[in-house]
Write a protein that binds this ligand. Sequence first.
Ligand code: HEC
Length: 120
Amino acid sequence: MKRYVMYIAVLAAVLAALPAEGRAATAEENYQFYCAQCHGTGGRGDGPNAVESQPVSPRDHTSAVAMNKLTDEDIINAIEGGGAATSKSVLMPPFGKTLTKAEVVELKDYLRKLCKCKGK
Ligand code: HEC
């Protein structure tokens, strides 16, 4: 019995030391998971799913020229509603049901870091 109690105590200590189960992913982790296959791991619009047979290429998020045309609101709308929500190609999927509002806003901030631009 004593041994059993010890075991529980050790287990509890180990569990407490582990990172919280529901830890929110960082914007970079979300980007690598949800966006990189099209936009590329570095955000240059050159992910493995971006092929020449597609009518439009994924946005190059490192291009200040392209990204400065978008307001923060445009970026948030594009991520939540996909290309259709911003009259762009539907090849950009909507993520409004996959990501929380906070995650979308963090991704917007992450894209602003990639382009080193503030937008309109
Ligand atoms: C299936 C491929 C694909 C995935 C996955 C994808 N995108 Fe896109 N994205 C595109 C394409 C293609 C465009 C270009 C649309 C156009 O210019 O008409 C685009 C455009 C954009 C734009 C610019 C929209 C505009 O109005 O100019 C933003 C911002 C964007 N993507 C962010 C993201 C983020 C953030 C993620 C991950 C949460 C993501 N994308 C995932 C394909 C993708």
